[in-house]
Design a protein around this ligand. Structure first.
Ligand SMILES: *Cc1c(COP(=O)(O)O)cnc(C)c1O
Length: 399
């Protein structure tokens, strides 16, 4: 049976049995409003032109497709190509959807954009987009994270967003979500909650996917132009799943292209310290939608872990859950050590320091490449740059 992936999600926001809007009726009305506004505005040439011109002149798109020749030679197998989202303004793919969300909020006449942030990557990308678009921005962040993530905290302050320290509970991401959401509920008519991945209630998984799909559109055309054919395998790391779905979407109808998502195995899949949601999770609800979850017996999210803080989310985008069940995408894992090895190896063979998140995908690509022939190829989404991780890794390895 041929599946029309473009027809997804359905009107209620479902990808198969996943996604939807598991939220109170008042909020459902607001989400439906956002969906209507989004569907309306995205059809207009003005919005498309504005986004296209910001992609080109602000983000620096198209991001290059780079043939990692020295790395490929070292592995002695498949050719590795890197989609260089690390070269985007602000250093990762997140700017792609933050720009889209900030523009939509402005178009809808919202007065304030709100979000939580963990390590601060989403916060910085969103604060950047809001400065550019000219809309107020408020970011909630746990006190522990604020102490740990000094450079991102400084950037958010410079960018002029209101940074709200969260001192309750865990004083980390989990309570920052609750705090930001409480603020949002004070006036959801006028506030816009900018979700940082392809998660949350409908229409966010669809909208964020659409904003990220530029990655795969460019990569597919670039690869065809360079190589005259499609890659054998494409690969990306999966936290919430936005950079992965951004790369995958354009390739879903290409049946000969194998698609692989790489989850963080942390300290090992047999320990509690991982965030391999699709690999080890079970079905349930989290943050307003249904997906695979890492949860306890009562359905509460588990405290998950990865060396890459951008990957430690106990849920995952509903479309990934569907693609797993359909067996269109394979989901595998790379652990902390494999990630660190790939981080150093890519830095030293190609002079590219990857984000620890992206290094998970690089790690698995290297492992697989060794079993393949030099005529074959793997395209990896290099979702971000590793400047933010450099001190941490150097410390850890005693460099
Ligand atoms: C946030 C982040 C991720 C994880 O988010 P996804 O939604 O899974 O893409 C991956 N890579 C980088 C560089 C990030 O900043």
């Amino acid at each position: 049976m041929k599946i029309d992936f473009n027809a997804m999600p359905d009107e209620q926001g479902y990808f198969g049995e996943y996604g939807g809007q598991i939220i109170p009726p008042e909020l459902k009305a607001i989400m439906d409003d956002i969906d209507r506004a989004y569907e309306e505005v995205r059809q207009t040439p003005e919005f498309q032109e504005e986004l296209a011109s910001l992609h080109a002149d602000y983000v620096g798109r198209p991001s290059p497709l780079f043939h990692a020749r020295r790395l490929s030679e070292q592995l002695g197998g498949a050719q590795i190509f890197l989609k260089r989202e690390d070269l985007n303004h602000t250093g990762a793919h997140k700017i792609n959807h933050c720009l889209g969300e900030a523009l939509l909020a402005k178009y809808m006449g919202k007065t304030k954009v709100l979000a939580e942030t963990g390590a601060g990557q989403h916060g910085v990308a969103l604060a950047t987009a809001c400065s550019l678009v000219g809309i107020e921005c408020e970011i909630h962040m746990g006190e522990i994270d604020i102490a740990k993530e000094h450079p991102n905290v400084t950037k958010m302050k410079i960018l002029g967003c209101k940074l709200v320290p969260v001192s309750r509970g865990t004083r980390t991401l989990k309570d920052a979500v609750d705090s930001a959401f409480e603020e949002y509920l004070k006036d959801p008519q006028n506030f816009f909650y900018a979700i940082g991945s392809v998660v949350g209630p409908h229409p966010f998984p669809k909208m964020v996917r659409d904003f990220q799909s530029i990655v795969g559109k460019e990569a597919r055309a670039q690869f065809l132009e360079k190589q005259g054919r499609l890659p054998d395998i494409i690969m990306a790391c999966v936290g919430g799943g936005s950079n992965a779905i951004g790369l995958f979407t354009e390739f879903l109808p290409d049946e000969d292209v194998r698609i692989i998502g790489v989850e963080p195995a942390g300290k090992g899949l047999d320990t509690p310290d991982h965030a391999a949601t699709l690999t080890k999770g079970s079905k349930g609800a989290i943050h307003g939608f249904k997906c695979y979850n890492l949860q306890d017996e009562e359905g509460n999210p588990l405290a998950v872990y990865s060396i890459a803080s951008g990957l430690d989310y106990p849920g995952v985008g509903p479309q990934h859950c569907y693609l797993k069940d359909m067996e269109r995408v394979e989901y595998v894992t790379a652990d902390d050590q494999e990630c660190l090895d790939a981080f150093i190896n890519l830095s030293r063979t190609e002079g590219i320091i990857p984000a620890l998140e992206s290094a998970h995908a690089v790690a698995y690509a290297c492992k697989l490449a060794k079993e393949m022939s030099p005529e074959q190829s793997i395209l990896v989404n290099l979702s971000g740059r590793g400047d933010k991780d450099a001190d941490f890794v150097a410390d850890k390895l005693g460099l």
